[in-house]
Design a protein around this ligand. Sequence first.
Ligand code: GLU
Length: 441
Amino acid sequence: MTTTRFAPSPTGYIHVGNLRTALMNYLIARKAGGTFILRIDDTDPERSKEEYVDAIKQDLDWLGLHWDRVERQSDRLDRYAEAADKLREMGRFYEAFETPTELDLKRKKQLNMGKPPVYDRAALNLSDAEKDALRAERGNGVWRFKLDHERIEWNDGILGEISIDAASVSDPVLIRGDGQVLYTIASVVDDTEMGVTDVVRGSDHVTNTATQIQIIEALGGACPRFAHHSLLTGPQGEALSKRLGTLALRDLREQGVQPMALLSLMARLGSSDPVELRSDMAELIDGFDVTRFGSAPTKFDVQDLFPLTAKHLQSLPLADVAEAVADAGVPADLAEPFWAMARENITTLADLKGWWDLCRDGAEPLIADEDRDFVAEAVALLPEGPFDGETWGKWTTAVKDATGRKGKALFMPLRKALTGMERGPEMATLLPLLQVIRARS
Ligand code: GLU
């Protein structure tokens, strides 16, 4: 059965980059009728925070990306220790004692000689006595996985055929000197034991995948299918990594972005399919195909979310936004006509308040000197209430008959006088909502 996971480290809020990973894994699982696991990668006790675990769940909930179960790496440390023992027994695990400064020096020397900065495996030559001495002096060493120096190959769901020379990669550290198990092995143990069939993640993980494939094989597990999506850049192609902090999902929510707008964009951005607003999750699931994504960096412009948000809002019935309409101050008996008017004229729900303020308080009229008499004459012709959708038509016909004005010369001065703006909602839908006019009628 298809099983995928989204595996964030709870060290911060999730952002658009993480969302891409979450969404792709979610859609693959749902499309196949499989399982979507939320895995909290919290093996780092110092940086992992419970408040981020809660925030990640809230953000996914907001988007409707519901998980089938939650797993936490901190609950599974004994499983990782077992896997480590197995690697040790197989002779694929060795302790190394270099300090970060020493490693840095080695890397610099290699680079100076034009060589790739790959760990030189000096620790493999240490005798037991030397290790004891180093341990006494420096404390426990780190544990590195001994890669087999051969080509590591897989058919990537997005990148196609990949082949990496294991000799060009340092033996990965899987356990730190202080005993902390690192993601590289924890993830392998989880993916294998949880039957994960498909792993989609950012292309910054390609090298990890190479080493993880060897670890999986060493532990006798089945390799999932891997797909690595490209990383997001800003609209000009600039690196987004530093700005991702300002593109947290909760910031976008604050700014009024609607979940369907965000999901519709992220399910297509960087693929050969056009970005289209989808009306619900079922449509998104149906239209998703991971193989349509390309390897080129994907440009993301937060501004693209607003037209999609506006379009999504336009499609909603009052029932879906009743709370926001009420919060804007609209009385219940006007909610229906107000929403019919406003939904065509907002970008986010926060704009509702401005329209209600206009309906309630009227606007500072905008009247050109040459229109003053005309507007006064028109106001005198306003029909008796109650106002409805027909009122505007009847009124402007009467004004036209009385003044001889027509077209723009007729409508524009009235619009400007009533709304203080040159553009805006259909006057026929707005007029019955204007409380000042209603009170007068
Ligand atoms: N915790 C890892 C990360 O956030 C998970 C990567 C993976 O999907 O394997 O980068």
